[in-house]
Ligand binder design. Structure first.
Ligand SMILES: [Mg+2]
Length: 137
């Protein structure tokens, strides 16, 4: 029997929201090598807009903390507010070059705005694989 529910889920994309094109390209390549389809946005405003247009098309969002216009914290807040009306919730993984150990407050801030987890840069493929399998539901 063909599990259409599952194959529909598999077709969902992962969104990378980051103002650093080098990081975006690297993470995109790693995710594609894991068989994932990827979309990217260069700031929080663009990312929220993309999610708003196609909220069912994404299974996971990787969200940089610091970006121009709308940062990752504000963008995640906006996504969570939007989702109250949509009745759904996409996992948001915070991405940061900040030293989380030196600055534990920034991780609490990420959780407060509704991020599910925080990943520190440089991103490695093992961690991405773990995130993909953990949140691929
Ligand atoms: Mg940044």
């Amino acid at each position: 029997m063909v599990d259409t529910t599952n194959s529909a889920k598999k077709a969902k994309k992962i969104m990378i929201v980051d103002d650093d094109p080098f990081c975006t390209q690297l993470v995109k390549m790693m995710l594609e090598s894991l068989g994932q389809q990827v979309d990217s946005a260069t700031n929080g405003k663009e990312g929220v807009g993309m999610y708003q247009k196609n909220c069912k098309g994404y299974k996971l969002i990787l969200m940089d903390f610091h970006m121009p216009e709308v940062d990752g914290f504000e963008a995640t807040k906006q996504i969570r507010t939007l989702e109250k009306y949509l009745g759904m919730q996409v996992p948001v993984i915070g991405l940061t070059g900040d030293d989380v150990k030196q600055n534990p407050d920034i991780e609490s801030k990420a959780m407060e705005v509704g991020m599910n987890q925080v990943m520190t840069k440089p991103v490695n493929i093992q961690f991405l694989q773990q995130i993909v399998s953990e949140f691929d539901y």
